[in-house]
Design a protein. Structure first.
Length: 190
């Protein structure tokens, strides 16, 4: 289960990101929805409630004539997608706003570490880690411009032992490698 302090820390990172920094309405929308979920009031996350409380529409708000909530929900989804495809890739908590509703899903994406969540030192806004740099939990960061060389190194780390194992097995099995040569010599000697 994700703790409230973890959700708050994740929200701070998301809202500080370049995807949300210049969009007050998207920030308000996401904060409102996440706060309602944290308070156990997700059943109140309806289009009319959001329109009245976040976008200050009149209580007789008509969603058919004013699509502001749906428009901002789409924008928030796009911004969250951008955030998690870029600097939020290795974040331990993922906040998602699934299509068709306004209730955010809050998931743990990485196992909980022994250190306190607030001590997590992920890449800050506008920072791009160096290729091959290590995160706080010692996992390598793949930088978009350098994916090919990183993937090649990773493939060789996997393929190398496999090739070596196949070579060793081929010489150890009867009828292969050195065993076959000894058998031929015996046949020729007799």
């Amino acid at each position: 289960m994700v703790q409230e302090t973890e959700i708050d820390a994740q929200m701070r990172r998301i809202l500080k990101s370049s995807a949300f920094a210049n969009s007050a309405r998207s920030r308000q929308f996401l904060e409102f929805c996440v706060e309602r979920v944290k308070r156990g009031e997700s059943s109140q996350l309806k289009e009319t409630t959001i329109a009245v409380e976040v976008f200050l529409r009149a209580p007789d708000y008509d969603p058919k004539s004013d699509p502001i909530v749906r428009v901002h929900a789409r924008r928030v989804r796009e911004k969250l997608d951008l955030y998690y495809r870029t600097i939020g890739t290795h974040d331990p908590i993922k906040i998602d706003l699934p299509k068709g509703g306004y209730v955010p899903h809050i998931l743990r994406t990485l196992p909980k570490r022994k250190t306190e969540f607030s001590d997590w030192a992920g890449p800050e806004r506008n920072e791009r880690p160096a290729p091959g740099a290590l995160t706080a939990d010692r996992t390598a960061i793949a930088v978009p411009g350098n994916l090919d060389s990183s993937a090649k190194r990773h493939n060789w780390l996997l393929i190398g032992p496999i090739v070596l194992g196949v070579a060793l097995i081929s010489f150890a099995l009867p009828g292969c490698g050195a065993v076959r040569l000894r058998s031929r010599r015996r046949l020729l000697e007799h």
